[in-house]
Every structure is written in C-alpha cells, then in structure tokens.
Design a binder for this molecule. Structure first.
Ligand SMILES: Cc1cc2nc3c(=O)[nH]c(=O)nc-3n(C[C@H](O)[C@H](O)[C@H](O)COP(=O)(O)OP(=O)(O)OC[C@H]3O[C@@H](n4cnc5c(N)ncnc54)[C@H](O)[C@@H]3O)c2cc1C
Length: 380
C-alpha cells in the first residue's frame, strides 16, 4: 500500500470562491477536502461588495445574517463626477434591493467575510500550507502533489486557485496573465481625519474622471466605522516583483489632487496605501476536462470594476454543486457540461463589462446581475 490518501472531491484554493464551493459541497452531502497554499487564514485585503445575487447563496449556507450584521448596507450606489461632484447616477440598493432583488446588498471587509466562510468549514478538511505543485489525471482519479511532499488521489478536482491557476495551466498550457495597463490603489482611510473634514461621505460612491479613472469609496462595517477606497489609474507598466507595491498619499495627490473637496478629504485621510496591478485574460474556451473543472478567477479573471469578480466565483460554485447534485459524482462529465453551459455567457458578459469599466456610471437597470438566483436557474 502507498501512503497516498484517497478522497472524493479536492477543492484547490480556499479563497472566496473555493471556500464557497467547499461549503456548498459539504452541505449537499459530498465528501470534500480543501487545499490552500497559504500557511493559515489571515485578514487579508480590504473591501468587497457582495450583491443580492450572492447573498442568496450565503442564505442557503446559513451565513447571510452573520454577514449582513457585519457589513455595511448602502442605500445607493452613487456615481459622481470627480471634479464637480455632480451625480451621474443614483442606483437604489438598501430596502429596494431587498424587495426587488430578493436579498441585501452589502459592502464588507473581505477578511471579515472570508473568516465567516472559513469558520463554516470542517477545520479537519481544510489543509493550509498545501501548495499544489503537480497534477496528473490518471483516468480513474487525479493525483495531486503538494510542495510539502504530501500526495492525494481525488476523484474530482475543482480548481479555485485564482488567476495564476495551476489547474488552468494543466488544461490550457502555461500563459502569464496580461497586465491591463491599470493599477488600483487600496486604502482603509483614517476615520478621525475623514470625520475631521466635516463632510458627509456616502456609504457607497464611485468618483469618476475622464478616461475611466476613478475612486470607488465605501464603508466596510455595519456602523460605518471603517471606510475604504480602491482606485483605477492607468500606469504604463508593472515592474514590481510582488503582487502589490507600497504607494503613498503623494501618489494619490498626484493622481487625483485638485478634485472635488470630498475627494480631497479622502486623500487627506490616506495613511497606508498600496498599489495593485490589474491582470487579465481573454475569455477561455475550456473550463473543464476529464476530472478537472475550474471556477472563479481561474477561468474568468476580470478587472474589478463591476465589483462582481468574487460574486461570479461564488455563483460558479453554487451552479457547479447543483449540477453535481443532479447527476451524481459518477456522471461528472455531464455535470461539468451543464455547469459550463449555465455559466459561460453570464460570466463572460460580466467579465466584458467589468473590463470596460462602464458599470453604473450612468443610470441603468442592474437587475440582470442582482436579481439572479443561482438556485432558480434552469440547468439544461
Ligand atoms: C482591487 C480589487 C477589488 C475587488 N473588488 C471586488 C468586489 O467588490 N466584489 C467582488 O465580487 N469581487 C471583487 N474583486 C474580485 C475578487 O477579488 C476576485 O474575483 C475573487 O477573489 C476571485 O475568487 P477566487 O476564489 O476565484 O480566487 P482567489 O480569491 O484569488 O483565491 C484563490 C486561492 O487559491 C490559492 N492558491 C493559488 N494557487 C494555489 C496552489 N498552487 N495551491 C494551493 N492553493 C493555491 C490562493 O492562495 C488563494 O487563496 C476585486 C479584486 C480586486 C483586485
């Protein structure tokens, strides 16, 4: 006997999409293990929007109330001119979202959300410190090899391993993601300084300048005590070694100085600020092969301008699990085909609009995104 552990389903990556997939699979009665390269959970990143389309999935998992209690509930998504402050659009959320789209719209610290997701999993089946380095589809199973020397044989493998997915590379060959020519600054602002401005900062507002430069600013806590922004600024190349670089208030000033007084207040309240490159890939022809299937950024990464990247990953997870429930694990080929058919058009549309950075800049009806119910979609 070798010492290779045999399991039913391996989810590679326990980020926002992978953690959702593992929870949904377990809830549906599948035997699942998660493998994550990070040594432990950390409260990483900053803000994230979660639309009603995905709050319905958290409802299914029994996590909706907890997340709704932590997150901020903006009454609107405002779009405003960065120079004059003029309102370009006022998209109702809050009570309207609850009534029209069937669940709340929240903005939240992604670390807080991820913590709730990880805590919902069986800790004995979440394997941190497991970086996947080898993958071999042996026909009857898939052999997974990890950097720490462990090997696991899984009947099915879900690649939730993000934009540099090894599952993607196995299916489609090595190809670096493309630098989009844009970076985003991210900062949690100094609340004392922000309050000191005496200005009433909206709970969710996107400031726009010419050529799509922007600052998306929003609260990440229910009581409004934490406020965050992420920008979009063109930068010709990305020459830094890591996945992000330190930035500064001076850089923010250089990019957005001389704008509306509320933007200036955001800049003045900036302490630590980092700068992240936005990476991209074209829509992919292949989402699965044999016993391997991908979800989220592994198969449709996008610039973050619709605030729906993680939402798409979590929707993918919900639909994939429904397909597996329908067919059973043995008929995974049918399940993967159903999944791809149910998801591809929607994910590609969101990817395209997100990359174009036009979402909600002007009045439009967002119902096709927010009213979507992953449990009502027909699988055919
Ligand atoms: C600035 C910014 C703002 C954003 N704002 C929003 C927003 O408001 N709303 C929204 O819905 N989306 C937003 N997004 C997009 C969102 O963050 C991503 O789409 C989402 O995180 C994708 O989830 P995922 O699970 O597919 O991948 P990830 O969250 O990237 O998770 C992948 C996981 O796999 C692990 N992993 C990778 N390789 C391996 C390996 N070889 N072995 C083991 N583990 C591995 C990683 O450590 C990671 O934990 C934003 C993105 C950015 C950059």
């Amino acid at each position: 006997m070798d010492d290779i552990q045999r399991i039913d389903i391996a989810v590679v990556g326990a980020g926002l999409g992978g953690a959702a997939a593992a929870a949904l699979l377990a809830r549906a009665g599948f035997s699942v293990h998660s493998f994550e390269q990070a040594p432990e959970f950390t409260r990483l990143g900053a803000g994230i929007h979660i639309g009603p389309n995905v709050m319905k999935i958290f409802r299914h998992l029994g996590l909706e109330d907890r997340l709704a209690a932590i997150g901020s509930h903006p009454g609107h998504w405002f779009s405003r001119d960065g120079m004059t402050g003029e309102y370009l659009s006022e998209i109702p959320l809050g009570e309207f979202a609850l009534k029209e789209y069937g669940a709340p719209y929240i903005t939240i610290h992604r670390g807080d959300m991820h913590a709730v997701q990880i805590a919902a999993l069986d800790a004995s089946r979440v394997h941190f410190g497991h970086r996947l380095t080898g993958l071999e589809d042996r026909g009857t199973d898939v052999l997974l090899s990890f950097e720490n020397g462990r090997q696991v044989a899984a009947s099915l493998v879900i690649g939730a391993d993000g934009i540099n997915s090894m599952i993607r590379e196995t299916l489609l060959g090595p190809e670096k993601p493309r630098y989009s020519g844009w970076v985003g600054h991210r900062a949690l602002v100094d609340m004392e300084k922000l309050r000191g401005s005496g200005l009433a900062h909206e709970r969710c507002v996107k400031w726009w300048w010419e050529k799509s430069r922007h600052i998306m600013a929003y609260a990440t806590k229910n009581d409004g005590s934490e406020y965050y922004y992420v920008t979009g600024v063109p930068e010709a190349s990305w020459d830094h070694a890591g996945s992000f670089a330190e930035s500064s208030r001076e850089e923010m000033e250089a990019a957005f100085g001389g704008s509306h007084s509320m933007v200036q207040a955001l800049i003045d309240a900036t302490g630590a600020v980092t700068k992240w490159p936005f990476w991209n890939r074209d829509p992919m022809g292949l989402w699965s092969r044999g016993r391997l299937v991908m979800i989220g950024d592994a198969c449709h990464p996008m610039r973050p301008h619709m605030a729906q990247g993680a939402c798409m990953a979590i929707e993918d997870a919900a639909i994939l699990v429904r397909c597996l429930e329908l067919t059973g694990m043995e008929d995974y080929a049918t399940a993967f085909g159903l999944y791809e058919r149910a998801r591809k058009d929607r994910a590609t549309k969101v990817q395209t609009i997100s990359n174009a950075n036009t979402w909600l800049k002007e009045p439009e009806d967002p119902a096709w995104v927010y009213a979507y119910d992953p449990f009502a979609v027909e699988l055919a």
